[in-house]
Design a protein around this ligand. Sequence first.
Ligand code: PNS
Length: 157
Amino acid sequence: MRVACPGSFDPVTLGHLNIFERSAALYDEVVVLVTYNPNKQGMFTASERVALIESVVSHLPNVTVDSWSGLLVDYTTAHDIPALVKGLRSSLDYEYELPMAQMNKRLSGVETNFLMTDPELGYISSTLCKEVAKYGGSLEGLLPEVVVAALLEKMRG
Ligand code: PNS
């Protein structure tokens, strides 16, 4: 089965990477899809996010990366993708994800499968990582090294 892992990935974290790796082990093909979230202000451009993700999934031969600025279900329908995969860190994520999963199902029939985040990664979010970076905190164990470098570069710019 081909699945998509959609998200804003601004930037990709070790928590996201863990979900990509586990999805790659479960499914035939995984498309990591950088998607526009109208409720979030971005730091990285879509092409920068794609490039960072590509650099951290190069060891996963059945994973590709793409971006999309329209309705998620239009992409999944056009690419014959019957299911999405997302990580769930907590009940807060559940409350956030459930209406999106139900809306996407209603709009196109696409299913959403959830993988429970590994406990040691459950507190990691792109938003918190950017905040830690802003105040000079350590990002070790939170982001892939290439992403740490890109984030620090962004902050300097
Ligand atoms: O990582 P995020 O920001 O929580 O991901 C949310 C995202 C990008 C998957 C969601 O905002 C989305 O699907 N955006 C595309 C537009 C769309 O289809 N909106 C309707 C969602 S039900």
